[in-house]
Design a protein around this ligand. Structure first.
Ligand code: NAP
Ligand code: ZN
Ligand code: ZN
Length: 349
């Protein structure tokens, strides 16, 4: 027995997402079932459905920024009750046995690898479908608790964009006295500015143009520069301890690495379709590092939600209905998002 649920799915790399029906499994002993109230649109959804990361398993129901309210819990569930406000991010399972899983870094699982919230397959062969739908069933160990003070629509983008920026900011010790730059003021980038500012770092936005300057400063940045202006790179040479690159397309990494201080680190967060080049000289000459980071584990995601509750950090969102998803995708691709589209999934419940 399964439950039929309405959803929006992509059936090819080129066609629009359309309304369809999917099934959700019955609630097992360790499962939490919840009604999805809101789902954020992440640029990764677009990379996936457009086959930019390889051929997905169509139909794809994207959505890994999911927030809702629990409707049923399995007989052995201990962490959640009916009525709880919950969220699910980018993965719904992992091997649970490797060193990384045991230490709460399920996102870096070396056993089965993390099982994606959509376009992945669970141990028993069940294909995963994401949050552009009315309801979902997830093992309780992969469900997060949304703090009471965070509205569900604002909670959704925290589950991917929020944790993806929180984790590297914490790992590389962003805080007072640290000069942090965020490249790209989109869904991820705007969370980076807010979180780094809340941690007390000195924050600079590096955006393609000055169009969003007022927003950037309002979100908490101390400085804002346009990367289309070559003077930016001269002026800011050797300025940052940490640079977080959230751009979804290829950049000239050499120029950005040159903005790091000695021993500074550029962390790649964007996952563009094609490989990027990097010359050795800017890296070796100042003992700089190039790294990467992918979302965060379950304990750190909960820590991030609690941090956002405590520090009043909320994403800036534009709420849409599901029939606007295709237009929203075009606007994300045109860098015309202020700063995360969130689908109100009421009509899919
Ligand atoms: P987004 O909302 O589209 O933001 C990306 C921003 O990058 C844009 O708003 C734009 O900012 C800038 N940009 C876009 N095209 C550019 C270009 N050609 N040259 C220079 N700048 C450009 O996307 P997102 O949802 O934040 O996701 C960003 C990337 O991170 C995607 O590749 C996504 O797959 C990846 N991602 C990674 C993780 C992870 O765990 N590492 C998690 C989620 C997403 P400006 O207009 O300010 O320049
Ligand atoms: Zn995402
Ligand atoms: Zn594992």
């Amino acid at each position: 027995m399964t439950t039929a649920v309405s959803a929006y799915a992509a059936t090819s790399a080129t066609g629009p997402l359309t309304k369809t029906t999917i099934t959700r499994r019955d609630v097992g002993p360790h499962d939490v079932a919840f009604d999805i109230h809101f789902a954020g649109i992440c640029h990764s959804d677009i990379h996936t459905v457009r086959a930019e990361w390889g051929q997905p398993r169509y139909p794809v129901v994207p959505g890994h920024e999911i927030a809702g309210v629990v409707t049923e819990v399995g007989s052995e569930v201990t962490k959640f009750q009916v009525g709880d406000r919950v969220g699910v991010g980018c993965f719904v399972d992992s091997c649970r046995e490797c060193d990384n899983c045991k230490s709460g870094l399920q996102n870096y699982c070396t056993g089965t690898g993390m099982v994606g919230t959509y376009d992945a397959v669970l141990k028993d062969g069940e294909k995963t479908y994401g949050g552009y739908s009315g309801a979902i069933v997830v093992d309780e160990n992969y469900v997060l608790r949304v703090p009471d003070s965070i509205p569900l629509d604002a909670a959704a983008p925290l589950l991917c964009a929020g944790i993806t920026l929180y984790s590297p900011l914490r790992h590389w010790n962003a805080g007072p006295g640290k000069d942090v730059a965020v490249i790209g003021l989109g869904g991820l980038g705007h969370m980076g500015v807010k979180l780094a500012a809340a941690m007390g770092a000195n924050v600079t936005v590096l955006s393609q143009s000055l169009k969003k300057m007022e927003d950037g400063l309002r979100l908490g940045a101390n400085e804002y520069y346009a990367t289309s202006d070559p003077d930016t790179f001269t002026k800011l040479s050797g300025s940052f301890d940490l640079i977080l690159n959230t751009v979804s397309a290829n950049l000239d990494l050499d120029s950005y690495v040159s903005l790091l201080k000695a021993d500074g680190t550029l962390v790649e967060l964007g996952m563009p379709e094609h490989p990027m080049e990097l010359a050795a000289v800017p890296l070796v000459s100042m003992r700089r590092s190039l790294s990467g980071s992918m979302i965060g584990g379950i304990p750190e995601t909960q820590e991030m939600l609690d941090f956002c509750a405590e520090h009043d950090v909320r994403p800036e969102i534009e709420i849409i209905t599901p029939d606007y998803i295709n237009e929203a995708y075009e606007r994300v691709l045109a860098s015309d998002v202020r700063y995360r589209f969130v689908i109100d999934t009421e009509s899919l419940r």
